[in-house]
Ligand binder design. Structure first.
Ligand SMILES: O=C(O)CCC(=O)C(=O)O
Ligand SMILES: [Fe+2]
Length: 451
């Protein structure tokens, strides 16, 4: 019960940053430059010898592009500057996405006061952390509790005036959430999203299996060519990205930090692949389908995880579980709000998606999808236990499907910056528990008193 789905691993490849390429990147770039130079020299010779007017560029460009795309697919970084979008799709972050660190420069000692921070802009920048703590304070002991109850959003004016500290990100923790930032899926939004999807997309006939909680099937969402395209895009032309499925489990590291780690698990005997490689996220069918799904739910594409392809052979299953990952409550992406599950094949026998607490089984139908929420409509940050589900064993035939998990806030940026909840709790958890929030208040007060 309560098992989590594994999430795509954050690649360890280095983000090329201006003026600081890794040794591997330099070697790769040098090799490629050498190849290109040889080809260029040949081309010069060739054009000279024949007296033709072909430019060197037009001759070597297709070759270089082919080489680059091959190397990219093999995971070799050419060191060229990738767009922020491409990096995000690979689970990596462009420098500009990282939240600037609010740190004290040396020398920001006891002499820094709230008055000096307010009067001196340069000092406020140099002693960012100290000045924040001195000038952005709570004036009421209930502030952390109110912040936990999302009052920084729902009662913004009062909270801004009285609970600055509780309504701000932790200056010492680049992964802390901003409690005054409204998630894209907030109180009442789940119902609105389902109702809008059915109203605005009649071309995908809806079967409402349940309204509380919502479980809705959409038919004719994908045609046969699109089902095959998704399998090829995510799994690879020869299925080379498909691996035995895992689940994410909290594992304590040597340094005491608890990190979510993908481990094989008998609860799940399927195989899967993640759309985190270039040949997938650039695949035209994948791009088209993602746009369609996100327009149906009306949320930003970045709120979704990379698509996960699933393959079940006869006898394979995914036992009772919930797609909710508790560690993400405090993460910048927030919890998963929805599963958008695509059926990419018919199944001869078995393979239904069963919701035992709702007495619902959705049977696989090629090109259809089922959408369900993970949290309550009244509070998407509270897990809705009723949407526990299982993939019943396939009895005959093959089941292909795809998970598209959609978060309440931007997942892709959170993942790329290491703030998606896999890396353990933020240093000072202010939102997860009220006790944690109270402890933070006392810690802040003690810090101020000590100055
Ligand atoms: O295969 C299915 O029907 C559901 C799969 C599922 O629940 C999951 O991958 O989390
Ligand atoms: Fe699931």
């Amino acid at each position: 019960m309560g098992k989590n789905n594994a999430k795509p691993p954050l690649k360890s490849k280095k983000v090329p940053s201006q003026g600081s390429q890794s040794a591997g990147t330099i070697v790769n770039s040098a090799l490629i430059a050498a190849v290109i130079a040889i080809v260029a020299a040949c081309a010069f010779y060739y054009s000279d010898a024949l007296g033709q007017r072909k430019t060197v560029e037009s001759m070597i460009k297709p070759f270089a592009q082919k080489l680059e795309s091959k190397l990219n697919d093999l995971g070799v970084d050419m060191g060229r500057s990738m767009t922020a979008e491409e990096l995000l799709q690979e689970g990596r972050a462009h420098e500009s996405l990282k939240r600037p660190q609010c740190r004290d420069a040396p020398g920001c000692g006891k002499s820094v006061t709230a008055d000096s921070c307010a009067a001196d802009e340069a000092l406020a920048l140099r002693c960012c952390s100290s000045c924040h703590k001195l000038t952005c304070v709570d004036t009421h002991t209930d502030c952390p509790t109110w912040a936990y109850e999302m009052k920084c959003i729902d009662n913004a004016e009062f909270m801004k005036a009285n609970c600055c500290s509780s309504c701000s990100p932790d200056p010492d923790d680049p992964c802390s959430i901003d409690p005054s930032e409204r998630p894209d899926v907030h109180t009442g939004d789940i119902t609105k999203i389902f109702e809008r999807a059915m109203r605005e997309f009649p071309q995908y006939p809806a079967t409402v299996h349940s309204t509380d909680p919502w479980v809705v099937q959409f038919d004719n969402l994908l045609d046969d060519e699109e089902c095959a395209g998704i399998i090829e895009a995510v799994g690879g032309k020869r299925g080379e990205y498909i691996r035995p499925s895992t689940t994410a489990k909290p594992v304590r590291q040597a340094n005491g930090q608890v990190v979510l780690t993908d481990v094989p698990d008998q609860i799940r005997t399927s195989h899967n692949a993640w759309c985190q490689h270039r040949s997938c996220f650039k695949h035209p069918v994948h791009e088209r389908v993602i746009k369609r799904i996100m327009s149906i739910v009306g949320l930003p594409e970045n709120n979704a995880e990379h698509m996960q392809l699933l393959k079940y052979g006869p006898g394979e299953y995914y036992r009772l579980h919930h797609d909710w990952i508790p560690e993400q409550l405090d993460a910048r992406c927030g919890p998963r709000a929805f599963t958008f599950f695509l059926y990419l094949s018919d199944v001869e026998e078995g393979g239904g998606t069963n919701f035992p607490y709702l007495n619902i089984t959705v049977m696989p139908k090629k090109g259809s999808a089922v959408l369900w929420p993970h949290g309550l409509d009244s509070d998407p940050r509270t897990k809705d236990h009723r949407t526990h589900h299982e993939a019943m064993p396939v009895i005959k035939g093959m089941k292909w499907g795809a998970n598209y998990w959609i978060h309440v806030s931007d997942f892709k940026t959170a993942m790329a910056t290491g703030c998606d909840g896999r890396q353990g709790q933020p240093r000072r958890s202010r939102m997860l528990t009220q006790q944690g929030a109270q402890a933070r208040l006392q810690e802040d007060a003690a810090q101020r008193a000590g100055r």
